[in-house]
Design a protein around this ligand. Structure first.
Ligand SMILES: [Fe+2]
Length: 190
């Protein structure tokens, strides 16, 4: 059976899946790097390139092939999901919205090949390959991601990006659905 058929058989039956059901689907599929004939090469200057493997109204599955660049801090809109490391080691930095009005790093963690980690709804994170490894990750989200918000912490700005844009500041104007200037909450000096 082709990979496409295997994926379809497992994901077609999911309806409003829970966190546990999404993880179970990934475990059942047990996808390995060798299941892919080819992977999309990251474009120059981009942290990853991705290939959509499956999408319906309930879920979407993507494989991402990483360069050595980190992605921008971002959320996944109203979606939640699991990330499986197919190759290499991922450095995942998790943020919280701080009192300054900007996301600040809460902790970071490393996930080696074979590990699964959860991305909760509205959580902000960034990822990169650790230690020059060839990072490839498999992502299963519910519902399909739309309205992803990407942060540029140096510019104190956020941008809701179009669905064809990855976790980086958009290059194209049409990919900027909504640009937001984040204001730092400065305490009044009295
Ligand atoms: Fe993400």
């Amino acid at each position: 059976m082709t990979l496409t058929c295997r994926i379809k058989n497992v994901l077609d039956i999911l309806k409003n899946p829970s966190k546990a059901q999404l993880k179970d689907a990934l475990l059942k599929l047990d996808i390995k790097l060798k299941d892919f004939d080819s992977l999309p090469e990251p474009s120059q200057g981009k942290p990853y390139n991705r290939k959509l493997l499956y999408k319906n109204e309930e879920v979407e599955m993507l494989v991402m092939n990483w360069s050595q660049l980190e992605c921008a801090p971002h959320d996944h809109g109203n979606s939640y999901g699991w990330i499986q490391v197919l190759s290499g080691t991922s450095l995942n930095s998790v943020y919280e919205m701080s009192g300054t009005g900007l996301p600040s790093e809460l902790f970071h963690e490393y996930h080696q090949i074979g590990k699964y980690f959860y991305a909760p709804k509205k959580a902000i994170h960034k990822m990169q390959a650790f230690d020059q490894s060839n990072l490839v990750t498999l992502h299963l989200y519910s519902p399909p991601i739309t309205g992803m918000k990407v942060y540029d912490l140096e510019k104190c700005a956020a941008c809701v990006v179009s669905d064809d844009c990855g976790a980086w500041w958009p290059d194209e104007q049409h990919q900027k659905v909504k640009e937001i200037q984040l204001k730092k909450n400065i305490k009044n000096k009295e």
